[in-house]
Design a binder for this molecule. Structure first.
Ligand code: HEM
Length: 538
């Protein structure tokens, strides 16, 4: 309101206010005091003790001592780049989200790719899920599409996320192993959670060892809603398709690269952008109505299920291009804070119980990772859209608010913003209304079908890809030391496909045990192979 530029610094270009370049400048302390000697501390005699008063030494060492911040609790290892999203068409009949308002409209983005399990310094080409997080700096605030390179997830309910991650991380007594999955605790947990069967098929496939970040698909995973200016809503699944195609490594290559070049994916992304070979992805949407969803043989709120493309085709609606590397890894790639709660007018959540838990988790963890509640002011996180509210103070506050009023309503004026009002979907963010039901802890019935889509994935794979899956299960399970875990895994696979179960069992020198009891009496839906299915595994 005072004519100053919004505190949100434009991440796409207007970062000059915060860019620091020391070339040809005098070295100073953090207080701007010029430093004469950056080699020697202040001593009492050339061979004497160091003087307590050496504020230059003390400031330098103290800052160094605090250089590290906690790494992300998951997805600690990542690489990122700037770019833009360009809409191919005006989608305002479906959504009033600003990036889709007109054909040719460009929205700046910052994208971070990551592994999930490894620590910040771990190798890039391990077998793991990859994060694919996109921050759109839209005209109406930041929209984060915090996705993965696999369209489903291990668990159906956020309640199980800490258990899943504790099983994946190195074992707590000895810190072994760092590999994402080859250990007892992971296989113990997932074989007790048959809902993970579908995700495991993808995880043991070539999808979990991508050739490059540039050759991965990305998926929003959950079903979301698009909402138009009239308040009409449709369901939507988000897909990123790499223009250069989807490519994977084979396991022997991946394992060698872990040793030879642990930065393989980070280097590849950086060098491609430096060389002007800008990576591109097309954005595809699967749009379907609530009535269609009700007719599907699975529940669209279940994040262990895809919506097969013969039920709902993917429509391509735009393209994302990454064309600029960050200036500074820490300032941008490390400090960026993606959050599933960051949605904008025109996008809304569904009741997917995994998504609902994520809406809480990201902001909460970032308060601890980024030191307080004001990290939205860090340049990489600041929206391009103006920010005005009555939130005040907190650690590291940058904004200098004017006026005596920081509450609303007020009759004194002076710097206080006003609410947009409930005039409907055109002026501000509004939630889609939802019918209420009784509180209950439980799951809808269709969530109990754990195997049909695992089988669908298996039959969509070529013979070579199927052989890779069998070999990956053999390798992983050969490293599990508890025989009962291997038996449980084989009994899960027996529900997916007999050839798969037999192939894995043979490699382990075991017999296929009886199939794990189904969690439901209802007959599972039957899927036949069809050419359309292979689109997802392109
Ligand atoms: C990062 C929690 C499921 C994708 C994170 C972080 C947390 C978290 C705490 C670290 C954030 C930070 O420190 O900035 C959860 C919880 C989940 C869940 C509680 C389930 C209840 C998922 C799913 C996906 C996903 C299903 C994919 C659809 C990501 C990505 C990142 C991330 C891509 C890295 C973001 C970045 O690059 O900074 N998650 N997550 N997560 N999560 Fe999740």
């Amino acid at each position: 309101g005072n004519g100053a530029p919004p505190l949100g610094v434009c991440p796409a270009g207007d970062l000059d206010r915060v860019r620091a370049d020391g070339s040809d400048q005098r070295l100073t302390t953090n207080q701007g005091v010029p430093v004469a000697d950056n080699q020697n501390s202040l001593k009492v005699g050339l061979r004497g003790p160091t003087a307590m008063e050496d504020f230059i030494l003390r400031e330098k060492i103290t800052h160094f001592d605090h250089e590290r911040i906690p790494e992300r609790v998951v997805h600690a290892r990542g690489s990122a780049a700037h770019g833009y999203f360009e809409s191919y068409q005006d989608l305002s009949d479906l959504t009033r989200a600003a990036p889709f308002a007109a054909a040719g409209k460009r929205t700046p983005v910052f994208v971070r790719f990551s592994t999930v399990a490894g620590e910040r310094g771990s190798a890039d080409t391990v077998r793991d899920v990859r994060g694919f997080a996109v921050k759109f700096y839209t005209d109406e605030g930041n929209w984060d599409l915090v996705g993965n390179n696999i369209p489903v997830f291990f668990i159906q309910d956020a309640m199980k996320f800490p258990d899943l991650i504790h099983s994946v991380k190195p074992e707590p007594h000895n810190g072994i192993p760092q590999a994402a999955s080859a250990h007892d605790t992971f296989w113990d947990f997932v074989t007790l959670m048959p809902e993970s069967t579908h995700m495991l098929m993808w995880h043991l496939s070539d999808r979990a060892i991508p050739r490059s970040y540039r050759t991965m698909q990305g998926f929003g995973v959950h079903t979301f809603r698009l909402v138009n200016a009239q308040g009409a809503s449709v369901f939507c699944k988000f897909h990123w398709q790499p223009v250069g195609g989807t490519h994977s490594l084979v396991w022997d290559e991946a394992a060698k690269i872990i040793g030879a070049d642990p930065d393989f994916h980070r280097r590849d992304l950086w060098e491609a952008i430096e060389a002007g070979a800008y990576p591109e992805w097309e954005l595809g949407l699967q749009i379907f109505s609530e009535e269609q969803a009700a007719s599907f043989p699975f529940d669209v709120l279940d994040p262990t299920k895809i919506v097969p493309e013969e039920l709902v085709p993917v429509q391509v609606v735009g393209k994302m291009t990454l064309n600029r590397n960050p200036d500074n890894f820490f300032a941008e790639t490390e400090q960026v804070a993606f959050c599933t709660a960051h949605i904008v007018p025109g996008i809304d959540f569904t009741n997917d119980p995994l998504l609902q838990g994520r809406i809480h988790s990201y902001l909460d963890t970032q308060i601890s990772r980024l030191g307080g509640v004001n990290f939205h002011e860090i340049p990489i996180n600041a929206p391009l859209a103006p920010v005005h509210n009555n939130q005040r103070d907190g650690m590291h506050r940058q904004a200098v608010h004017r006026g005596r009023v920081a509450y609303e309503p007020n009759s004194l004026g002076g710097g206080c913003p006003f609410q947009a009002g409930m005039a409907g979907f055109t002026t501000a963010f509004s939630q889609m209304p939802q019918p209420l039901e009784d509180k209950v802890r439980g799951k809808p019935e269709l969530f109990a079908d754990h195997y049909s889509q695992a089988r669908l994935f298996w039959i969509s794979q070529s013979p070579a890809e199927q052989a890779h899956i069998v070999n990956a299960y053999r390798f992983e399970l050969s490293r599990v030391t508890v025989p009962a875990i291997r038996v449980r895994l084989l009994s899960m696979l027996a529900n997916v496909d007999p050839i798969l179960a037999e192939g894995v069992a043979q490699g382990l020198g075991m017999e296929v045990p009886p199939p794990m009891p189904l969690a439901t009496d209802a007959p599972p839906p039957h899927y036949e192979p069809s050419p359309a299915l292979s689109l997802l595994s392109r």
